[in-house]
Design a protein around this ligand. Structure first.
Ligand code: HEC
Length: 199
């Protein structure tokens, strides 16, 4: 008498299981890829539309989430000029391309990517180092135009070199940094001290 093989021990059962698990994982991956693309695009709940550069961006500790979160406030147009969505994107894009062309990541990190010589730039727009919100825009532009003269160093003695950035490029970089600071990065970078923080 031949012994009956239980269903779970049969070869066809495991073949079918393998096919279903592989197929199911593939479908899940495709769905998650589209979902991630949606979430990391400008204009989603975590990544603001480019026109956020027309608004006040502040950084507040969310007690329920136990982490810092960007808060979008009232109108605060960059360089005193309200830009529409298309103009905002153009300015932010100029900044991003300048950051790439000048290879800022050779010293800095952006969203955690890059080198560790100089501070992370993700929240640079919100850095306490700029002193007051009112003077920040011009301070940042002047710093980018001539970092050697306007060096801040935070006691690190490291200095940013002059990178031959034009006025227009500097304004683009400031727009790019302001837009990036509005991204909800789950509290990254850790231990960041924001401008105007009440504590
Ligand atoms: C050779 C290294 C180096 C490169 C390349 C470099 N930086 Fe810097 N950067 C520094 C150092 C060092 C500091 C901190 C010293 C200081 O503040 O003077 C700094 C500071 C800054 C700050 C102030 C940071 C803050 O949190 O307030 C900004 C903004 C900045 N850099 C932007 C840029 C941009 C944009 C680029 C590319 C166009 C760039 N840096 C390229 C070295 C560099």
């Amino acid at each position: 008498m031949t012994e009956q093989i239980p269903r779970w021990a049969s070869e066809t059962f495991w073949k079918k299981t393998a096919i279903w698990v592989t197929g199911g994982s593939f479908v899940l991956l495709v769905v998650l890829t589209f979902d991630s693309m949606k979430q990391i695009s400008a204009g989603s709940s975590r990544v603001q539309a480019y026109s956020v550069i027309n608004k006040d961006v502040s950084y507040r500790f969310d007690k329920s989430k136990q982490r810092y979160q960007p808060v979008i406030g009232d109108d605060a147009p960059l360089f005193g000029k309200t830009l529409n969505e298309e103009e905002s994107e153009k300015l932010v894009d100029l900044g991003k391309k300048t950051v790439q062309a000048k290879n800022c990541m050779n010293c800095h990190t952006l969203l955690g990517n890059g080198a560790y010589y100089a501070p992370d730039l993700t929240k640079a727009w919100l850095d306490q180092g700029w002193g007051a919100k009112e003077s920040r825009e011009s301070l940042m532009v002047n710093f980018l135009l001539d970092p050697e003269k306007n060096t801040r160093t935070y006691g690190s003695n490291r200095k940013m070199p002059n990178l031959d950035i034009t006025q227009q490029e500097a304004e683009g970089i400031v727009a790019f940094l302001k837009w990036m600071s509005a991204i909800d990065t789950n509290g990254f970078p850790h231990n960041f001290k924001a401008i105007g923080e009440e504590e």
